[in-house]
Design a protein around this ligand. Structure first.
Ligand code: SF4
Length: 346
C-alpha cells in the first residue's frame, strides 16, 4: 500500500476543519502551531482566536509589551514560548522588514522556531516539501513501520526525519503533514489506537496488536524533582502584593504572591521559621487563613504548594521585588496556572 496516498485520501474526507487551515498566512499558522504544542485543539481554539484578535499580525505582536503577551498566554504553560514568539516577531520586523520570511532556513532562524515549527509553517503556508515531525508523526511511523529506534536521541530524530522524507508526498506536503497530525490526534492515539477505523491498518506492522501502545520507543526515563513552595497572600486593607519572577527558573516573567521555597515539605519545618525571608519586606506578618494545598505537575518538576492568607505591613524597601496591587485588579497580571488555580478556588 502507498502510505502517503492512503493517508491523504483518508484526510480529504475526514480531516478536521480548523480555523488556521483556512489560511495561508504564515503568521497565523505559526501562532496556531505554537499554541497547539501546549494544548489540545479544543482548549487551544479559544486561545488562538483571542490571540489573533489582539495580535492580528507580526507588527502588533512585535510592538506589544511582554506583560501583555504573557497575560494572553496565561494558563497555556511553557511561557518561554510566548516570550520567544514576541522576540521572533521583533526579528521579523528588524531583519525582514516586517514580512514573514519565505525560505525554510530563514523561518528556522527565528527565535524559538525549531525544525518541526519551521516545517509546519513552510509546508502549510508555501507548500514547501518539509515533513513536520512531531509526536503524532513519531507515533504513527514507529507503529506503521515498527521502528525500534528510540525517539529521544539525535540518531533517532534523524532517522524519523529521514523516514518521513522518504514516505511523504512531496507534491502535497501540506496535505501530508496535516493528515499525519489528524490521524495521530484522532485514530492512532497514544494509549488506545483505534486500529479498526484506521485506513492504514492493512499495511501497518502493529495494526490491531496490543504492543502498538509501546511505540514509539523511548530510551531515557524522565525524572522529576519535588519542590515545596509556600505562598502568602498578604493583605493590607484593599491591597495585596505580587512579585514578578525573574531568571532562568520556571514561570519567568509571571507574577505571584510572596513565596518561600523550602527544601522539604512544610510539615518538616520544625523550627517554624519558614516565614523569615519575607520579614525584610513585611512587618507584623501573621497568617489569618489556610492552608490551601495545591499540587502542580510540570514536565520535570512536581510543585507542592501551600497557600496561606496573611496580614502584614509592606515596608516599601527601595529595592524590594514586590509591588503593591489593588486586590480587585489582580486579574490584570499574568500568573502561573498554579496561582490561577488558587485564585479561582477562593
Ligand atoms: S493500524 Fe493501529 S497502530 Fe497502525 S497506524 Fe493505524 S491506528 Fe496506528
Amino acid at each position: 500500500m502507498d502510505f502517503s496516498h492512503e493517508l491523504i485520501s483518508w484526510y480529504q474526507w475526514n480531516g478536521r476543519d480548523l480555523p488556521w487551515r483556512q489560511t495561508r498566512d504564515p503568521y497565523a499558522i505559526w501562532v496556531s502551531e505554537i499554541i497547539l504544542q501546549q494544548t489540545r485543539v479544543v482548549q487551544g481554539m479559544a486561545y488562538y482566536l483571542r490571540f489573533m484578535e489582539r495580535f492580528p499580525d507580526v507588527a502588533s505582536l512585535a510592538s506589544a509589551s511582554e506583560d501583555e503577551v504573557l497575560k494572553m498566554w496565561q494558563g497555556l504553560g511553557y511561557y518561554s514560548r510566548a516570550r520567544n514568539m514576541r522576540e521572533a516577531a521583533r526579528q521579523v520586523v528588524e531583519r525582514f522588514g516586517g514580512v514573514f520570511p519565505k525560505e525554510y532556513e530563514e523561518v528556522r532562524s527565528l527565535k524559538g522556531v525549531g525544525d518541526y515549527t519551521a516545517a509546519a509553517i513552510c509546508s502549510f503556508a508555501y507548500d514547501l516539501p518539509y515533513p513536520a515531525v512531531d509526536g503524532n508523526a513519531y507515533r504513527l511511523l514507529s507503529r506503521f513501520f515498527r521502528v525500534e529506534e528510540p525517539i529521544d536521541t539525535s540518531q533517532g530524530k534523524r532517522l524519523f526525519t529521514q523516514l518521513s522524507l522518504e514516505v511523504m508526498d512531496k507534491g502535497r506536503p501540506a496535505l501530508y503533514n496535516q493528515a499525519v497530525m489528524d490521524i495521530g490526534a484522532t485514530i492512532c492515539l497514544p494509549a488506545s489506537p483505534n486500529c479498526e477505523a484506521c485506513p492504514l491498518r492493512k499495511g501497518c506492522a502493529l495494526g490491531g496488536m496490543p504492543e502498538a501502545v509501546e511505540y514509539p520507543k523511548k530510551g531515557k526515563k524522565i525524572t522529576s524533582r519535588d519542590r515545596y513552595f509556600v505562598y502568602l497572600a498578604v493583605e493590607d486593607g484593599t491591597k495585596t502584593y505580587l512579585r514578578r519572577r525573574e531568571g532562568k527558573d520556571i514561570w519567568n516573567g509571571l507574577y505571584e504572591y510572596p513565596m518561600v521555597e523550602l527544601p522539604a515539605p512544610l510539615s518538616e519545618n520544625v523550627d517554624n521559621d519558614w516565614m523569615k525571608p519575607l520579614e525584610q519586606d513585611f512587618s507584623d506578618l501573621h497568617v489569618i487563613g489556610g492552608p490551601v494545598m495545591k499540587k502542580h505537575v510540570l514536565t520535570h518538576q512536581n510543585i507542592h504548594a501551600t497557600f496561606f492568607h496573611a496580614e502584614g505591613r509592606f515596608l516599601r524597601r527601595k529595592d524590594s521585588a514586590y509591588i503593591e496591587v489593588e486586590k480587585n485588579r489582580l486579574g490584570e497580571y499574568a500568573v502561573s496556572r498554579l496561582m490561577e488555580k488558587f485564585l479561582l478556588s477562593e
